[in-house]
Design a protein around this ligand. Sequence first.
Ligand code: SIN
Length: 315
Amino acid sequence: MIMKKIDISSNINGIKLPLCIMNASGVLCSTDKELSNLLHSFSGGVVTKSCTYKPRKGNVLPRYFEWSRGSINSMGLPNFGINFYLNFLERKKINKPIFLSISGLSAKENYFLIQKANESSKVTAIELNLSCPNLLEKEDMLGYDFDKVSNFIENIFKFNNKPLGIKLPPYFQDAHIKNIALILNQFPIFFITCINSLPNGLFIDVNKESVVIRPKKGFGGIGGSIIKPFALANIHKFYTYLRKDISIIGCGGISSGKDIFEHILCGASAVQIGTQFMKEGISVFERLKKELTLFLEKKNYSSINSFKGKLKNIQ
Ligand code: SIN
């Protein structure tokens, strides 16, 4: 029997990913060792931990907890500062697209970080994180501030020349997704990544009758398989409302090849793995690659483009 070749590479608006699966920012992508592991792994691209201008220790421990169906975190952007990530990339032979995730604490800091990223030939694209829910110094998240976000992005495109995408928080109303898509459609954005963790979740240890993480009295961002329905809903609605040349990178609740299929069916061009990468380690990419290939083989699809965005309604 001749096996049909199944193409699970992807193209994010001209950025070629050898495999449509990569890591989500924040998970095992902060240190030299973690980033080197990712460069040598099966992942189709490398996303760095969201960085700030100065190094940050992040929030107090314990700040991450996982259970069978999910995770809660309040990391608080621990990172070594943008220079660490740019220096790391300078020293390395790069064999796949690099997404430098940035999350400045102010608009001004973000402009500075984007300027720095523009100066590095090793950065393929910038993933601008507008959705970190865990900062003690600011409660508001730009991704939820429709008035400020438009002006902010307009300023960025006055000087930015790098491919740029935006990591968004989850939205829970159709009108909110429509509004933010209308704003994003006005700019030469390459991609969006959706969704970041569900903000302000709470997980309880019933034996101790206590929260499980220390920062913010236990409140944190929820990830893992329990958030998949929200990720799929956001991807599918954005696929409807965004300009067709803005790609969607799906993130949220992926732990199997079938989950990746669902994200792509809703309109994602590639996916990121967060909680499951944390649980399983670097081998997750090879396993998911195999599972997705087998799943598509059974479905008789030869590439992700054959079914991308083609989710059917019940007539
Ligand atoms: C964190 O460092 O608190 C997580 C980052 C994020 O969710 O964007």
